[in-house]
Design a protein around this ligand. Structure first.
Ligand code: SF4
Length: 278
């Protein structure tokens, strides 16, 4: 049986040259990646492209640990928003032992405008450090994947139930929270229900539709075989655009605060999201 504790992981320790890297990721000016690679091994992960530079095997089987990041971050200051992290999950299982993310946060300038995103309830361990930042938001990726679907696409990430409970507890601790609803896939993700389940303890939302291209050939083949109707909708331009419009209507009616909507169909994105950013 697959499980966090049974997985063999190759750990590669390196020294980085700098802590913050400028980025074009929506809503951020810099990223901080204390890890590269991710034990959560999500099948659709867009960060798999990092394998081009770090050729250590299958995505999810290795982690690069930038062991000097806690020292580097102490000496660096950046203006603008920092996103943690873009090519890993800062609270993947190894973090429980080596506390690299925690040490980076402890040493980071507390004036840094920071946005953290994770799929793990381990994030709750660091509430005391979050409280020291003047401007911080903590997000959980929620998509409702459960049972067989969850085992197939997010085999090692904590359950959506645990993620929602983490949001609730962060909110109870006065930490600004957000939900990143991603990847939105026709028939597999019920956006209306996810909003209903989370809106009481969430400050704002990001929505992201599946980026079929970035999800990679293996994922595309799997989706085509396992959920042909979902694949047909998302891979057909006019059907995909209709689907996106339907979901955007659901979002509009739900009356929640929306920070951004990532749609990989530019025509719809321009028409429907220009008035949705706050
Ligand atoms: S948790 Fe995020 S970074 Fe990690 S494998 Fe999943 S999608 Fe990729």
């Amino acid at each position: 049986m697959r499980g966090e504790s049974k997985k063999m992981i190759k750990i590669v320790k390196i020294k980085a040259r700098k802590a913050f890297t400028s980025t074009k990721i929506p809503g951020a000016n810099y990223v901080v990646n204390q890890y590269v690679g991710c034990q959560h091994a999500c099948r659709y992960c867009y960060a798999r492209f990092m394998g081009k530079w770090y050729d250590y095997g299958e995505w999810g089987s290795w982690i690069v640990v930038k062991e000097n990041l806690p020292e580097l971050v102490r000496g660096e200051r950046v203006k603008g928003k920092v996103y943690m992290s873009s090519v890993s999950d800062p609270y993947q299982p190894i973090e429980r032992e080596i506390k690299l993310t925690r040490r980076v946060l402890e040493n980071m300038d507390k004036d840094t405008r920071l946005s953290i995103l994770t799929k793990s309830d381990l994030v709750l361990r660091d509430v005391d450090v979050f409280k020291k930042f003047k401007d911080i938001e903590v997000g959980l990726t929620i998509n409702g994947f459960d049972g067989r679907l969850k085992r197939e696409v997010e085999p090692f990430a904590p359950s959506n139930r645990k993620r929602i409970e983490a949001l609730r507890l962060l909110h109870e601790n006065d930490i600004k929270t957000y939900v990143f609803v991603s990847p939105i896939i026709p028939d597999l993700v019920d956006v209306e229900q996810l909003i209903r389940e989370t809106k009481r303890f969430v400050d704002f939302y990001w929505f992201e539709f599946l980026n079929l291209k970035a999800s990679g050939r293996e994922f595309r083949e799997w989706l085509k075989q396992s959920y042909p109707e979902s694949y047909d909708v998302i891979s057909n331009k006019s059907r995909a655009e209709r689907y996106v419009k339907e979901v955007l209507n659901v979002v509009k009616k739900s009356n929640v605060s929306v920070r951004g909507i990532c749609v990989h169909y530019p025509k719809i994105c321009n028409e429907e999201t220009s008035n949705k950013r706050n």
